[in-house]
Design a protein around this ligand. Structure first.
Ligand SMILES: NC(=O)c1ccc[n+]([C@@H]2O[C@H](COP(=O)([O-])OP(=O)(O)OC[C@H]3O[C@@H](n4cnc5c(N)ncnc54)[C@H](O)[C@@H]3O)[C@@H](O)[C@H]2O)c1
Ligand SMILES: [Zn+2]
Ligand SMILES: [Zn+2]
Length: 364
């Protein structure tokens, strides 16, 4: 029997989110229903609501979630009823050209539930990132569930499901930050701060936090940044000069753009040392354009990379990072700025815009 639960949708472009009844079908083959315990409010949910991802409204928002598997469909062996899981949006297929090249973190055919959740009038919902977890329950593919140690606080480890994993992975996987490296991170929200934490775990010796908001810089330093640059009154040359001054005059080995705008990407491009790495983990909108002299791309060398979900493999990385968290080596609790109710998501977007929170986490 289909179940009706409460969920939060974005009905049309730019409209405030709405708390509505949603209908969840019985899980089909390979699908499961997860009882959501917590779900973080990510900037990407805001991008969805603003029409910045695509136009497949209405969206069932929410995707940084932890919960318990409550019903499993036919043939599901990956998880069992009662398992504590973090949801992921990279259930790798093992069959596509990326998987066959042994680069499954690029998997081009990740699994999602086949059936649709709907509104009570039958309108099909598009779950954000194939998850849709601002709801009491959600329907996902079994492989979107990654089991982690159930001793962990769901509000903290649920964040591994998206932004925090993206930031940690931007540093450790995409940027390949190593011992002794210098790293600069532009934009110190949840994703940027996670990149700082990831750089620290990877052994970076210089970690420079860059933001326009002094509150964010103070938090970034608390999380392990060794230096900070307030870029609110700096132009591109000013940011670049400030990074160079902290890195022997050369620029950083790795610069991570966790904002995703042409101006921050250019700062990253020019603030890195020769042959250094730029990692773009912030998500630009489709209208943004970049203009840069091609000779600078050639002459400065190195690598210019994007980081999709921190190039993570959930089955490898979520349990490992949960263990580091439980050992006190990964300060995930620091990312949970507040725990809120499901009716407070619009207010959480406002706090995000004002820079008052790293993550508001909805407790279901
Ligand atoms: N690549 C991925 O897989 C992935 C996953 C999750 C989120 N994201 C993206 O990462 C980005 C950051 O997400 P978040 O949740 O940390 O957002 P956030 O809003 O919490 O943080 C953004 C930070 O950037 C700062 N900022 C904004 N403009 C700036 C500028 N011009 N210069 C310096 N700092 C500036 C803000 O003050 C804020 O601290 C978003 O674009 C989000 O969509 C990407
Ligand atoms: Zn694949
Ligand atoms: Zn996210």
């Amino acid at each position: 029997m289909p179940i009706t639960v409460t969920g939060v949708i974005a009905r049309s472009k730019g409209a405030p989110v709405e708390l509505v009844e949603i209908v969840i079908p019985d899980p089909g083959p390979g699908e499961v229903i997860v009882d959501i315990e917590t779900c973080g409010v990510c900037h990407t949910d805001f991008h969805y609501k603003e029409g910045g991802i695509n136009d497949d409204f209405p969206f069932l928002l929410g995707h940084e979630a932890a919960g318990r598997v409550s019903v499993i469909g036919e043939g599901v062996t990956h998880v069992a009823v009662g398992d504590f899981v973090v949801l992921n949006w990279r259930a790798v297929c093992g069959e596509c050209r990326a998987c066959k090249r042994a680069e499954p973190w690029y998997c081009f055919n990740t699994f999602n539930a086949t059936q649709k959740m709907t509104l009570t009038d039958g309108t099909e919902l598009s779950p954000a990132l194939g998850i849709g977890a601002f709801a009491e329950k959600t329907l996902v593919h079994a492989k979107q569930c990654t089991k982690v140690n159930p001793d962990a606080d769901p509000a903290a480890v649920g964040l591994l499901g998206c932004g925090i994993m993206a930031g940690i992975g931007a540093a450790m996987n995409t940027g390949n930050v190593g011992r002794g490296d210098s790293v600069a991170v532009i934009g110190c929200g949840g994703v940027g701060d996670a990149a700082i934490v990831g750089s620290r775990l990877a052994g970076a010796s210089v970690i420079i936090a860059i933001d326009r908001d002094p509150k964010k810089l103070a938090k970034a330093q608390q999380l392990g940044a060794t230096h900070s640059i307030d870029s609110s009154n700096l132009d591109e040359a000013g940011v670049v000069a400030a990074v160079q001054a902290l890195t022997g005059g050369f620029g950083a080995n790795v610069v991570i753009d966790a904002v995703g705008r042409p101006e921050t990407w250019r700062q990253a491009f020019y603030a890195r040392d020769l042959a250094g790495t730029v990692v773009l983990v912030g998500v630009p909108n489709p209208k943004m354009m970049l203009e840069i002299p091609l000779i600078d791309v050639f002459g400065r060398g190195g690598s210019l990379k994007s980081s999709w979900y921190g190039d993570c493999l959930p089955e490898r990385d979520f349990p490992m990072l949960t263990d580091l968290y439980l050992q006190g080596r990964l300060p995930l609790d620091e990312f949970v700025s507040e725990k809120i109710g499901i009716g407070e998501i619009e207010a959480a977007f406002e706090k995000m815009a004002l820079g008052d929170v790293l993550r508001s986490v909805v407790v279901l």
